[in-house]
Every structure is written in structure tokens, then in C-alpha cells.
Design a binder for this molecule. Structure first.
Ligand code: CAA
Length: 383
């Protein structure tokens, strides 16, 4: 199994790093403080052809591989976890289901502007009563001739209300469980489609997150994505890929915090020598570096499996679960190395510590990742 980066991957990483350092890092503190979306940086990413990294050029993408996409999310997250998830939610959740399940017409109409970065994408699955139990979806889409009437709402939607295109899941046949759920492409601006307030979050504050509210929204029949009743499987398959993105985000956040802590530990002198020469700090740094390397291998190997069209759901869940767990540990250790100074607003490690937490929660909590991994090992457990 391949999981090594090539020279091209590392050149691409360098390009992403330069972009992140010059366009995102200088504004990261203020975006965090002001709950502000990096509008200009995202526009520039689009102009550089980087909003559709893994999609074919014929649909406006960069035609690069899944590993390049993982590297891009990692490098953005190394300086700002919020910017990392904007790209991840756009590419993995807002665009991929259209690429994988859309008709040729849907791909031309919706995927192409998403991949070119002219539009932003989002994914509407979570509801107040359907979080980990995504099959508990209550939003309905009832067929009325040539359109579906969409009613209900979604919560915690990354990229809303900035996004233009939403892949939304709704019940088209009640009382038959997950097989009654269908997927739709819904456009911002349609009558009856509104947004709740932008959430005031603990971390990833440069990313926008809001509720979607549907009141008798007329969704044209041609905006059904895949077949009726296929929606839950589309959602699950999409999340398999999305988890590579979130794992990369978690890794990038932790990598950034680690680098700051390493540098600081070489400068900070206590007991007559730099603290990195105190064995307890050096061992902490050694453990942090080891965890980062393990997470990177897990993520890159899952990305390579996806790239080669091999089953990768279990490996993506392992990567997401492990990378986000160690992201919390590594950012915690990084802050510990900084001591009291790390606890101050304006310090990168303080922001990284807050940004890391969400990665254990969204795109399936880490408890759900273990459900997914276990079900691959021993089959689905009875309810
Ligand atoms: N790919 C394709 N099909 C799949 C699948 C997959 N990965 N996983 C399950 N399915 C199919 C099953 O084969 C089954 O098909 P049949 O009906 O033909 O038998 C069907 O889907 C139902 O599967 P389950 O019975 O296993 O479903 P379940 O109700 O027990 O749920 C679960 C399983 C894994 C817990 C699922 O509900 C889940 O993943 N929950 C977490 C939801 C989640 O990750 N939400 C994140 C929201 S998005 C987000 O967070 C984005 C963000 O902010 C950035």
C-alpha cells in the first residue's frame, strides 16, 4: 500500500504553505477574535484553482489526487483551523456528492462553479433530533408534480450562510427508516430557504456555521441527487471522504501548535538552560512528534486508498478518530510547554487548543468513528 508523498506532493505542500503563511496567518488572530470569514483568502484560493483540488479539469477542478487535497487542508489548518474546514466542507461535503452521484447536467451546473471557486458548497444533514443518529432525519421533501416541497431545518451547517449550494437530506418516504431519505441540491436564495443566526463558537471561528430553515421550498425534481431513497447512503459515502478532510484539519492544527512549542522550548531558559533540554519537556516533544507522524500515515494511507478506488471507510474513520484525539493531546501539550504565556489571547497555541476540540465532534463524533470501525471489524451491532 502506498502512503508516501512524491516530490510533486511536497512542491504542492510548499505552495500551500506559502499561501497559508502569506494570506491566512496574518489575519488569523483577528478572524478568530471577530468571528470573521476569510472572504478574500477563499476567493484567492479559487483563483489559484485550489477550491476543486481533487476534481477533473473538465469540471473546473485541479485534477490532483486525494492526498494533495489532504495536504492542502493540513497546510491551511496549520495556521488556521477555521480556514481548513471551509475548504474541507466545500470540497468533501458540498462538492463530492455532486461529483459522485450527480447527473452530467448537475455536474456542469453545480460542480463546475464549485470546483472553480466561483461558488461555495455546504452539506445539510444534521438536525436537532438527528446528530449521531443521522437516520433520524425529520426534514421532509414531498413530491408535488415537477418539484419537491422541502420543509424542516438543519443545524450546525459549516459554510452556511456563506455557501451558495447545499446538498440537503430529507425524508421522501416516511416510516421506512434510512431507505426513505433522499438527497437534493438546494440553492441559496430560493423562496422559503432562510438562515438562522451565525453561531458564536468556541473555536474555528473564521469558519461560518449556521442553521438552515426550509419553509415550503420548491426544489425542482431535477435537483434530486441520485435516486429517491438513496440519500442516506450518499450521506454516509460522503462522510467517509469528509473524514479524511477533518483528520487533515486536526493534523494541521496540531502540527502548527507543535512547531510553536518546539521553537519556544529552544528559546525559553529555566534552571539555566533551554527548557527543551529538560528531559520532561524533550520527552513531551518526542511524544508529540510521534503522534503527528502516526496521524499523518493514517491519513495519507486512507487518502491513497480512496484515490485508488479501494474500500477506505474504516481507514478514514481510524484516521479521523486518531488524528483528532491526538490533536487535542498535542495542542494541550503545546500550551503546557508555553506555560502561562500560552494561556493568553493572541497566542497561536491558545487558538489551536480551542480549534482542535471540534475535530473530535463533527463529521461523526469519535464515539461514532469507533462504531464505524467496529462495524467493519465485526459487523453491525443490533440496536
Ligand atoms: N457507505 C455507503 N452506505 C452505507 C455506509 C457507507 N459508509 N454506511 C452505511 N451504509 C448503508 C448501510 O449499508 C445500510 O444500507 P441498507 O439499508 O441497504 O442495509 C444503510 O446505509 C443504513 O446503515 P446503518 O443501518 O449502518 O445506519 P445507522 O442508522 O445504524 O447509522 C451511523 C450508522 C454510522 C451511526 C451513521 O448514522 C453515522 O455515520 N452517524 C454520524 C453522522 C455524522 O457523521 N454526521 C456528521 C454531520 S456533517 C458535519 O459534521 C460536517 C461539518 O460540520 C464539517
Amino acid at each position: 500500500m502506498l502512503y508516501q508523498t512524491t516530490q510533486e506532493h511536497e512542491a504542492f505542500r510548499q505552495k500551500m504553505r506559502e499561501f497559508a503563511e502569506s494570506e491566512v496567518k496574518p489575519i488569523a488572530f483577528l478572524m478568530d477574535q471577530n468571528n470573521e470569514f476569510p472572504t478574500e483568502a477563499i476567493k484567492k484560493l479559487g483563483e489559484m484553482g485550489l477550491m476543486g483540488i481533487p476534481y477533473p479539469k473538465e469540471y473546473g477542478g485541479a485534477g490532483l489526487d486525494v492526498l494533495s487535497y489532504a495536504i492542502a487542508v493540513e497546510e491551511l489548518s496549520r495556521v488556521d483551523g477555521g480556514t481548513g474546514v471551509i475548504l474541507s466542507a466545500h470540497v468533501s461535503l458540498g462538492s463530492w456528492p455532486i461529483f459522485a452521484f450527480g447527473t452530467e447536467e448537475q455536474k456542469r451546473k453545480y460542480l463546475t462553479p464549485l470546483a472553480k471557486g466561483e461558488k461555495i458548497g455546504a452539506f445539510g444533514l444534521t438536525e436537532p433530533n438527528a446528530g449521531s443518529d443521522a437516520g433520524g432525519t425529520e426534514t421532509t421533501a414531498i413530491l408535488k408534480g415537477d418539484y419537491y416541497l422541502l420543509n424542516g431545518g438543519k443545524i450546525f451547517i459549516t459554510n452556511a450562510p456563506k455557501a451558495d449550494t447545499y446538498v440537503v437530506f430529507a425524508v421522501t418516504t416516511p416510516d421506512i427508516g434510512t431507505r426513505g431519505i433522499s438527497a437534493f441540491i438546494v440553492e441559496k436564495g430560493w423562496e422559503g430557504f432562510e438562515f438562522g443566526d451565525h453561531y458564536d463558537k468556541m473555536g474555528i471561528r473564521s469558519s461560518s456555521t449556521a442553521e438552515l430553515i426550509f419553509n415550503d421550498v420548491k426544489v425542482p425534481r431535477e435537483n434530486l441527487l441520485g435516486k429517491e431513497g438513496q440519500g442516506f447512503k450518499i450521506a454516509m459515502a460522503t462522510l467517509d471522504g469528509g473524514r479524511i478532510g477533518i483528520a487533515s484539519q486536526a493534523l494541521g492544527i496540531a502540527q502548527g501548535a507543535f512547531e510553536h512549542a518546539l521553537e519556544y522550548s529552544k528559546e525559553r531558559v529555566q534552571f539555566g538552560k533551554p527548557i527543551c533540554q529538560q528531559q520532561i519537556v524533550s520527552f513531551k516533544l518526542a511524544d508529540m512528534a510521534t503522534k503527528l507522524r502516526c496521524a499523518r500515515f493514517l491519513i495519507y494511507s486512507a487518502a491513497e486508498l480512496k484515490e485508488h478506488h479501494e474500500p477506505y471507510g474504516m481507514e478514514a474513520a481510524m484516521a479521523k478518530q486518531y488524528a483528532s484525539d491526538i490533536s487535542l493531546e498535542v495542542t494541550n501539550d503545546a500550551l503546557q510547554i508555553f506555560g502561562g504565556s500560552g494561556y493568553l489571547k493572541g497566542m497561536e497555541v491558545e487558538r489551536a487548543y480551542r480549534d482542535a476540540k471540534i475535530t473530535t465532534i463533527y463529521e461523526g463524533t469519535n464515539e461514532i468513528q469507533r462504531v464505524v470501525i467496529a462495524s467493519h471489524l465485526i459487523g453491525k451491532m443490533p440496536r
